[in-house]
Design a protein around this ligand. Sequence first.
Ligand code: B12
Length: 300
Amino acid sequence: MAQGKYTVNEVEERTGVPATTLRQWERRYGVPKPERSESGYRLYSDADIGDIRTLKAHVDDGVPASRAAQMVGRRAAAAGPRPLSELCKELTAALVDLDDARADRIIAEAHALYSVEDVVLELFQPSMVALGMLWHDGTINTTTEHFASSYVQGRLRQLMSLSGSNYAGQRVIVACAPLDQHELGALILAVLLRRSGYQVYYVGANTPVEDLADMARAVKPVAVMISASSIDSVEQLMTKRGHLQGIAPLLVLGGNGFNTDPRRAELVGGRYLAATAGDAVARFHALVAEAASPSNGMRA
Ligand code: B12
């Protein structure tokens, strides 16, 4: 949700500072910093009102306005960067409001302050889970969910292409299980793998296992990684496990369908590494080194 909720007249009433002075302070000293509504009106938050009261108190004590504004600005900066959990709540609210311009600003702030890995795992992932839960419980409708999912997918694809493919790197195919439309986990995994130097073939949602086996024969990856977000998706893989045998030196299985019971991975004939893509990629490096070592053979 946006923080700004008071108009300039309401702020004048609450603080006793005339609207003209408020605008002057903003123009000259950058304090306060109200948001703008879609139609361009200033909207002040509770924090802005706090800053205005402090500024007024200093000015009433005889401190020049420019110096008082510096004191208030320094205090705000000392509060430090906003945590990703706070940005996550704001991103979720912006997407529920169908406000992609606001979402862009929140993500820009996150990228300026945190690593790509932290942004995808601690901003995009929890925000998508929150949005998905709102859809699952009927709070938001399908169009809102599709808008939000496709927005986040777009941002992840952007990150994937910005990371650049390492054409000399070891090859990995990333796909979702047959009939599985939950694509965001697999996309996050693909981004992190690319950033770790692998040449990633990202296939995406709802991938038939027979076709995946054909692709693996052509591409010869060191690993095929499949995401299954539900038990139904795990069952799809179970029924097709014949096609998965020997598909690549490593068959790695993950996603919610395996997180709820990692033993299912063995039944499908693959390896389970971890519940989040970040931890899974860290373990994957060691496995690849092991699989590539001649003394260990090339087992899935
Ligand atoms: C968002 C969401 C949706 C969105 C998906 C949008 C999209 N384009 O991706 C929509 C609304 C479309 C959707 C639809 C459905 N959903 Co849904 N959905 C979710 C929700 C809330 C979040 C999933 C998500 O995006 N998470 C964010 C990503 C980033 O996290 P993640 O997938 O867990 O991935 C991380 C890790 O698991 C890991 N990882 C993932 N894959 C892999 C693979 C490998 C190899 C490795 C190493 C790691 C790894 O790395 C990722 C990053 O850390 C989950 C509940 C939940 N809490 O997870 C339910 C959930 C997965 N959905 C569920 C269901 C039932 C459905 C529907 C059948 C509902 C319906 N009645 O139509 C449909 C199925 C559509 C289909 N055929 O696939 C159930 C599945 C239950 C089960 N049986 O197991 C869940 C668990 C909700 C629930 N509790 O009931 N859903």
